[in-house]
Ligand binder design. Structure first.
Ligand SMILES: [Zn+2]
Length: 481
């Protein structure tokens, strides 16, 4: 089962952060049919090397002064690693750094990865420490020049050979398979598509026979998430059904999580995939609005569907997916706070000034019969509802939320108005197209919650226009298929 070509990889870097730090040295031991070839190169990181890293690795600015930049090495690295199982100690680190170097160049690097820390943990669970130093000691590995890339790659290769001898090939294969799960593929799906899936954020769409949209999902790692759908041990009934029905996968990459969430929510609402039950329904969204009937006399009024416009409607409380749900929720609040159901309009009494049912049970403080001043009842109602208060749209018009990927320095602009998502643009032309789409967006609860949460945080917002054009149509979504 273990592939024929193995690449034992180790990197030296300017630090531990794959976004801000850079590679200074690459070491690869390539093993094909048991024969090892060794390759290493220094890399000019193009930035400062912290003194403690210089001390640890011996890689100083002078050492890398004449070394090539990563860009000049990319082709060679990619061709050396092509078709190899990527083996590294704490592989997430080395793989992540390499991926990011390629990403900065606008290129994709992808490999099947095996981590020797995980292997060691699995095969030798009796030990607590699995650092390279622990392995050297435990397995008698011969360390040549610790903390240099090729020497450390060599150590991982030595460790691998020890594993082949003890616990042996079969156990090693099994442990590798554990990490490198090739799920059993759905019967009608073209296997090639799974190799093309990027490990980037985005939204994926599963299609069935006759191109029926089965399911829409989002992830910060499309590849992992899609594969997880087909892993036998995590298969729930729904996964099983999807797996039997699926014929085709489509995906759209996004710069980050917010874009993926917005696009997912919009696709589910507008396309109604068969298996997305939870997020799908959006038919009659309702809220309670407090309306002042006389001075100080506030009563709740149900606002539903198209009447619910948070640029216009003030003092709204809660979002409910039906009138029934809204009524039940208000009843519960009233009961918990000894409010009067008749005064709230939730119960009919036999006449004006007649007590409500709750008053007779001492569950109402008597607003219905004048025992509680209506102003006080209103104030208590407001306090009870306060937690549910919806935010009115705080901008004069359309805004763009800028989401940025620090590695590729790519930016997405999510165009939003009145808590509605209008589309995502990658450049000026797409932005103009979205603003010109003349769409009348539909308000939905998930998007509202998402935006209310993110706009309260540290996102960059740019004002775009004062009012959207209001003709029916679809949001302009410019996906990067
Ligand atoms: Zn009452």
């Amino acid at each position: 089962m273990t592939p024929q070509r193995l690449a034992f990889v180790d990197l030296e870097t300017t630090g531990a952060n794959p976004v801000h730090d850079r590679i200074t040295e690459i070491g690869i031991v390539l093993v094909e049919d048991g024969h090892a070839t060794r390759w290493s190169t220094l890399v000019d990181p193009g930035c400062r090397i912290p003194p403690f890293i210089q001390t640890l690795t011996g890689i100083t600015p002078e050492v890398v002064a004449d070394a090539p930049r990563f860009e000049a090495l990319a082709d060679e690295i990619q061709s050396r690693l092509a078709g190899c199982l990527f083996v590294a100690h704490n592989a997430r680190f080395d793989y992540g750094f390499l991926k990011n170097e390629f990403k900065r160049m606008g290129r994709r690097f992808q490999a099947d990865v095996v981590c020797t820390v995980k292997l060691s943990r699995r095969l030798f669970p009796q030990f607590h420490k699995h650092s390279l130093d622990s392995l050297i000691e435990r397995h008698g590995l011969l360390a040549d020049d610790r903390h240099r890339a090729l020497a450390d790659a060599e150590l991982i290769w030595q460790f691998w050979q020890k594993l082949q001898a003890q616990p042996g090939l079969a156990a090693l294969d099994e442990a590798v398979r554990q990490q490198f799960v090739r799920p059993s593929l759905p019967p009608h799906l073209d296997a090639g598509v799974l190799d093309d899936l990027p490990d980037l954020p985005g939204v994926y769409l599963f299609y069935g026979e006759d191109d029926v949209l089965l399911y829409v999902g989002k992830s910060i790692n499309l590849r992992q998430r899609v594969l997880s759908h087909f892993q036998a041990d995590t298969r729930a009934f729904r996964e099983l059904r999807i797996s039997q029905q699926i014929r085709r996968i489509e995906w759209r990459e996004t710069v980050g999580e917010l874009g993926a969430l917005l696009l997912e929510s919009w696709l589910i609402k507008s396309r109604q995939p068969v298996h997305n039950r939870a997020l799908r329904r959006n038919s009659e969204l309702c809220t309670w609005q407090l309306v002042e009937h006389a001075v100080g006399d506030f009563r709740p009024r149900l606002v539903c569907g198209e009447d619910l416009d948070l640029t216009q409607t003030r003092d709204c409380f809660g979002l409910f997916s039906s009138q029934r749900e809204a009524t039940l929720a208000l009843k519960k609040i009233a009961e918990a706070n000894q409010l009067c159901l008749a005064t709230l309009g939730l119960e009919k009494t036999t006449g004006k000034g007649r007590p409500c049912f709750g008053y007779q049970l001492q569950q109402c403080k008597g607003a219905c019969v004048g025992r509680e001043a209506i102003g006080l009842h209103s104030a208590r109602l407001m306090a009870a509802l306060a937690r549910l208060k919806l935010k009115t749209w705080p901008y004069p018009g359309v805004i763009g939320i800028v989401e940025r990927d620090e590695v590729s320095e790519r930016e997405d602009i999510h165009v939003v108005h009145n808590w509605c998502y209008l589309g995502t643009a990658h450049d000026e032309a797409q932005l103009a197209a979205i603003l010109d789409t003349r769409s009348a967006p539909v308000f939905d609860r998930d998007t509202y919650k998402l935006l209310a949460k993110h706009l309260g945080g540290k996102v960059r917002v740019m004002p775009l226009a004062f009012a959207p054009k209001q003709t029916p149509g679809e949001p302009g979504v410019c996906g990067a298929d």
